[in-house]
Design a protein around this ligand. Structure first.
Ligand SMILES: *[C@@H]1O[C@H](CO)[C@@H](O)[C@H](O)[C@H]1NC(C)=O
Ligand SMILES: [Mg+2]
Length: 257
């Protein structure tokens, strides 16, 4: 009996450790500056929250001890729910705050990476935010057109088309990636935008934020009313001129200034 119980217990432990294996590291403890004893999970959750609040900026890599936590978040239902909520708020904003004039000048701006197309398949194979960005390898991946659609954003994209709002895609992807970008977007179901604005040679030394603000300035001078912007980086939505409202999707994987 005791032996049976022992075997049962051993199997139970194996099952338990295998299902919680990737959380084990998060049971480690840390001490905050005020002396509060917290788990690594508390630490990483607070790191992620402060990234989203834009209190933590300009990080080059995800802190090493949080890479497995961030990997888990980015592939979780929570990430999907958080993103879907962002999009639901965009749709609410359109129905409550926007009086569309339907004169061809109502506009909305989308970023591309991790707004319309997910780069998670790339980061899955490249250290999940723990490695310094290798532009060459990321651009190689982009040129294969393997980004997956973010379904929640597609819901907004199609809703805007139905409303007759002109869609502008403003991305800091470079011009030489135009054709694989279009192929990838269309292949996964995004089509019918008004203009795809990428970074030309003259824009390469500009920050993403400066480049995107300049694009908005040009659109406004052409008479467009920008009702909203949605992006996963603060650099997609900050700076002047802005839109009626801006929406930030979650993305703690990397920071683009
Ligand atoms: C960056 O990626 C390219 C292409 O995959 C590779 O050849 C190069 O060695 C990488 N550079 C670094 C510093 O890892
Ligand atoms: Mg992006």
């Amino acid at each position: 009996m005791a032996k049976k119980l022992g075997i049962f217990f051993a199997i139970f432990c194996i099952l338990l450790t295998s299902s919680f294996a990737d959380w084990n590291i998060l049971k480690e403890y840390k001490t905050t500056n005020s002396g509060l004893k917290i788990s690594l999970k508390n630490y990483c959750e607070s790191w992620r929250m402060n990234v989203e609040l834009h209190n933590i900026r300009d990080y080059v890599v995800v802190p090493q001890e949080c890479v497995s936590y961030i990997a888990k978040y980015m592939t979780s239902t929570q990430y999907k729910v958080d993103s879907e909520r962002t999009i639901d708020e965009c749709i609410l904003h359109l129905s409550t705050n926007c009086i569309l004039e339907n004169d061809g000048k109502d506009a909305w701006i989308f970023d591309i990476d991790d707004t319309l197309l997910s780069t998670i398949p790339y980061y899955k194979q490249n250290g999940f935010g723990g490695n310094k960005l290798n532009v060459t390898s990321l651009e190689d991946w982009i040129s294969q057109g393997k980004g997956t659609a973010l379904d929640h954003s597609m819901k907004l994209f199609n809703h805007l088309k139905e409303l007759g709002v002109k869609i502008f895609l403003v991305s800091s992807r470079k011009e030489h990636l135009r054709s694989p970008t279009i192929d990838n977007l269309v292949h996964v179901g995004f089509y019918g935008w008004t203009s795809l604005i990428l970074r030309g040679q003259e824009d390469e030394c500009k920050s993403a934020q400066g480049f995107k603000a300049e694009v908005r300035s040009k659109l406004i001078s052409k008479g467009y009313r920008i009702w909203g912007i949605v992006g996963d980086q603060w650099s997609s939505i900050e700076g002047l001129p802005s839109a009626k409202r801006t929406f930030k999707l979650p993305n703690p994987l990397y920071y683009v200034a």
